[in-house]
Ligand binder design. Structure first.
Ligand code: GLC
Length: 538
């Protein structure tokens, strides 16, 4: 197979958040049959693959990122047979399927953790996790001062006095990746899903699996995986050298199934050079480009992050990826609706300054058109093709993200971007399911975003995405090469030229330009207004 024919080199991969995509049985929670029934819509949108957030058996304390059984399907989402049907239907439509793998921690309901609780300190059952004696008289103090990502201490004490580590929720005990049984188990889990036909894995918290052996204390105020600390104060729990051996072993498994199987790292590390260490030729195939997601909406910042992303990935021969939204951050329609860049990643609530919806949508459309013109692979998050914003006024008592409780009600968390998406303006739950239940409330204003209101409507966000994905494919933008123009924010990719006006006066296109696609109409003189991206040829 030639290098250029590998699907993941230029794929547009659509993230499905199973809880919130489509509910087939009316229980208010999305499910696999719901996803299967809408795969044709995704094919028609023009994406190449779907990545599904976890649908495995789980007590759902972290929306399924707390996995109790890696080889099955949670009854809320369906059965293993439903997963097989979903994969088969995707393949029949020409879509690849990528599943989420959560190797840093299990759920506390996992049989291994239950066995560890029932076993003695020092037992093989405990050694699959990170159990330690405490400090101080009677070991009353946790082994170190690490903080949980969701707030509070990262250690919890069990009745016999030992403590276990959980970098996330108390129900998400961290596995010990120095343990041979843990390593063998995940090689087998990879094979289990590869044998069922999946084409790849999104690796959750890929930078967290290995911890500093001494569990050294760390003096840094924010210890979460989403806030990346400075290079001169490197954390003892993130981005340790040892993680790379794990991915080399996984790569061998994937390669044994052929070059069309891929791994994508969720690794919140910096500087950018450290991300490329996850995508060296014998490790993963892709890593999410979070510096791009966070880059400010200015010409200088956008150009800098694009140049740096392409250049650093090139040093290891890796594909560059692009992403603007996912289930952990404010949707880009909402982020870009603030004129001053926001400090927080998530959690707008009632009483907070609200985004300017029109500004956010206008910029989000321009940002998406810019992203989809870049060479490499791009990730979309369900609902962004509708221009969906976060729900920024969820009543606090309805919040589900553990962040809200664990932070002592200081961080609202990620529910706003996880609200079930609208399919039909006039149906119960906007067509999310047959009933009016949805596990998070949908805002009253969402009828206007419904897919059926946008389908076939020229200028709608849905049609903009469809056009962009079609042109991206027909002009081979994903496998192209980017060359910057000497002035303004403009570049060429093959025969397509791309211009974004970030601020200031309208910008004239070159004489003879033929517009292929524009994120908003040009002005009366055919110039590009502020916060607009145009694709054109000359
Ligand atoms: C990843 C997931 C996030 C989850 C966390 C713990 O960052 O994207 O949703 O809470 O890992 O598994």
């Amino acid at each position: 197979m030639s290098q250029t024919s590998l699907w993941w080199h230029d794929a547009v991969i659509y993230q499905v958040y199973p809880r919130s995509f489509a509910d087939s049985d009316g229980d208010g929670m999305g499910d696999l049959p719901g996803i299967t029934s809408h795969l044709a819509d995704l094919r028609e949108l023009g994406v190449d693959a779907v990545w599904l957030s976890p649908f495995y058996p789980s007590p759902q304390h972290d929306a399924g990122y707390d996995v109790a059984d890696y080889r099955n399907v949670d009854p809320r989402f369906g059965t293993l047979a439903d997963a097989d049907r979903m994969i088969a239907e995707a393949h029949a439509l020409g879509l690849k399927v990528v599943v989420d793998l959560v190797p840093n921690h299990t759920s506390s309901d996992h049989v291994w953790f239950q066995a560890a609780l029932g076993a003695a300190p020092g037992s093989p059952e405990r050694e699959r996790y990170i159990f330690r004696d405490g400090k101080g008289p009677d070991g009353e103090q946790p082994p170190n001062g690490w903080r949980s990502t969701f707030g509070g201490p990262a250690w919890t004490r069990v009745p016999d006095g030992q403590w276990y580590l959980h970098l996330f929720d108390v129900t998400q005990p961290d596995l010990d990746w120095d343990n041979a049984e843990v390593r063998a188990e995940f090689l087998d889990i990879l094979r289990f899903w590869l044998d069922r036909g999946v084409h790849g894995f999104r690796v959750d918290v890929a930078h967290g699996l290995v911890k500093d052996r001494d569990l050294a204390d760390w003096d840094y105020p924010d210890q979460g995986p989403w806030v990346v600390p400075p290079e001169d104060n490197r954390p003892p729990m993130w981005d340790q050298e040892g993680v790379h051996d794990i991915y080399r072993a996984w790569r061998e498994v994937l390669d044994s199934y052929g070059p069309d199987r891929m791994l994508v790292a969720e690794a919140w590390v910096q500087p950018v050079e450290r991300i490329t260490r996850y995508v060296r030729p014998d490790e993963m195939h892709q890593a999410f480009n979070f510096p791009y997601l966070f880059a400010h909406w200015t010409a200088a910042d956008q150009r800098a992050v694009i140049e740096q992303s392409l250049a650093t990935n090139a040093t290891v021969g890796a594909i560059t990826t692009w992403v603007l939204s996912n289930h952990d951050v404010l949707r880009h329609t909402t982020r870009l609706g603030y004129r001053e860049p926001l400090k927080q990643l998530s959690g707008i609530g009632p009483g907070d300054p609200q985004p300017d919806a029109a500004l956010g949508l206008r910029r989000a459309r321009a940002a998406t058109l810019l992203m989809l013109a870049l060479p490499g692979s791009a990730y979309l998050y369900q609902g962004e093709e509708l221009g969906l914003p976060d729900h920024t006024e969820i009543p606090d008592e309805l919040r589900q993200d553990p962040t809200w409780e664990r932070s002592g009600h200081t961080e609202r968390g990620r529910d706003g971007c996880r609200v079930p998406i609208p399919w039909e303006a006039d149906a119960p739950s906007y067509g999310f399911g047959p009933s009016d239940h949805s596990w998070l409330p949908q805002p009253a204003s969402w009828a206007e975003y419904a897919r059926d209101r946008q389908a076939g409507v020229p200028g709608s966000t849905l049609e903009l995405y469809r056009d962009a994905l079609r042109l991206r494919r027909s002009h081979s933008l994903g496998t192209g090469t980017l060359t910057w123009d000497s002035t303004g924010f403009a570049f060429r990719n093959g025969d397509v030229r791309v211009l974004t006006n970030f601020d200031g006066e309208p910008v004239a296109l070159p004489v003879g330009a033929g517009v292929l696609l524009s994120s908003e109409p040009l002005d009366g003189d055919g110039r590009v207004p502020t916060d607009v991206t145009v694709w054109f040829t000359v």
